[in-house]
Design a protein around this ligand. Structure first.
Ligand code: NAD
Ligand code: WQD
Length: 348
């Protein structure tokens, strides 16, 4: 069985952690990334952690000539497709950028895959495709709807993948719907490195803890949740990385079993199944880091929902995967990364 994987966006936050997990699981990887939201330093550090050079191509997924060249040079079993832009607020301001990068980019990749007859794909989707859920926990059959261009771009790609699967042309397509990825590699060498002031909760908390930001604003304390603050399903990025390995192993097994019958479109949630409130996360981080984390309550953030957590049953049943790491471990590993690298990869 071929075990070489193309990892688009492999220099990014989730991609870099997944490269390590793939290597440990015996997969060969080629990373393809335009470094629009990441750095060579991340690649260098992954390479040190696995004690092996990374086969890295700096390129854009919309550059089909370069992609074709890469597919001609390697015999891939499949692709893990992380490459994409992910800032919700920016997507509202620059919708064309998001649709072009995330949707047109994915179409370009799929066309090259079809031409190369590589039809196994794991795609980074998001719990954002569920919008404001009608009931909890959210399972894969729950209604999908999005309001912002970032979420729409993920939903559009899912629809494209569904249509592709319906052609019955041998495609095996697994969109993994991540809940809220946090944490860092236990070495403290790689982690999340936002370019600007973080939009997401965990990097904001950790930058307050390390003294880079003064105070956290908690967006809303009047939700009908355990303490009035928003509830999310935070998942450790190394658990998430293992989820990708499990999805690939599943594809290998299915394709190996019967190469004439494809699995089509198979969406799977990657979450812990547990909800944690914003205040609970702040308290846990403060305990783990020993730092005071000043906060103030402010107005709800537009577009936010009260609660969101996964049903993680499908991943367990089909892939044999489940998250293992606790909120404490998520905070410990984030803090190790943040305190060793106060300025992210620029600390080097
Ligand atoms: P990230 O920004 O750290 O990683 C994305 C990587 O893709 C970056 O290295 C970037 O340089 C690269 N990239 C972007 N556009 C590209 C293009 N056109 N061609 C080549 N490379 C390109 O983000 P992440 O947090 O690691 O997220 C990875 C994927 O998971 C994204 O698709 C994101 O939308 C999705 N996702 C992320 C979260 C989250 O909260 N982090 C949640 C759900 C889904
Ligand atoms: C979590 C909670 C905020 C920042 C986003 C995307 C989603 C997915 C993951 C990619 C909410 C509160 C936050 C702050 C706060 N990404 N918060 N103060 O909104 O659940 O999901 O990231 O697919 O698409 O929408 O994550 O970390 O931004 O917020 O109080 O400074 O923390 O209101 O309740 P979210 P988040």
């Amino acid at each position: 069985m071929k075990n070489k994987i193309l990892v688009t966006g492999g220099a990014g936050y989730i991609g870099s952690h997944t490269c390590i997990a793939l290597h440990e699981a015996g997969y060969d990887i080629v990373v393809y990334d335009n470094l629009s939201n990441s750095s060579r330093e991340a690649i260098e550090r992954v390479s040190k952690l696995i004690d092996q050079p990374i086969d890295f191509v700096k390129g854009d997924i919309r550059d089909t000539d370069l992609l074709k060249q890469v597919f001609a040079e390697h015999q891939f079993f499949g692709v893990i497709h992380f490459a994409g832009l992910k800032a919700v607020g920016e997507s509202v301001a620059k919708p064309l950028l998001y649709y072009n990068n995330n949707v047109s980019g994915t179409i370009a990749l799929l066309e090259v895959m079809r031409e190369a007859d590589v039809k196994n794909l794991v795609f980074s989707s998001s719990a954002t495709v569920y919008g404001d859920p009608e009931s909890l926990p959210i399972n894969e059959e729950s209604k999908r709807s999005c309001t912002n261009p970032y979420g729409q771009s993920k939903l559009m790609v899912e629809h494209i993948l569904e249509d592709l699967a319906a052609t019955d042309d041998g495609w095996n397509l697994i969109p993994l719907r991540y809940f809220n990825p946090v944490g860092a590699h236990p070495s403290g060498q790689i982690g999340e490195d936002p370019n600007d002031i973080p939009n997401n909760l965990m990097p904001y908390i950790s930058q307050v803890a390390v003294g880079k930001l003064e105070k956290l604003s908690i967006f809303g304390n009047d939700y009908s949740t355990v303490d009035g603050t928003g509830v999310r399903d935070f998942i450790h990025v190394t658990d998430l990385a293992q989820g990708h390995v499990a999805a690939l192993n599943y594809l290998q097994k299915q394709v190996g079993r019967d190469k004439y019958s494809s699995i089509g479109f198979l969406p799977i949630n990657l979450g812990t199944g547990k909800g944690t409130s914003v205040l609970e996360l702040v308290t846990a981080f403060s305990e783990v880091s020993g730092q005071n984390i000043p906060y103030q309550f402010s107005a709800r953030r537009a577009g936010d929902i009260a609660s969101c957590y996964a049903s993680a049953d499908k991943a367990k049943d089909l892939l044999g995967w489940e998250a293992t790491l606790s909120i404490t471990e998520m905070c410990q590993d984030t803090w190790r990364w943040q305190s060793k690298n106060p300025n992210g990869y620029h600390s080097a």
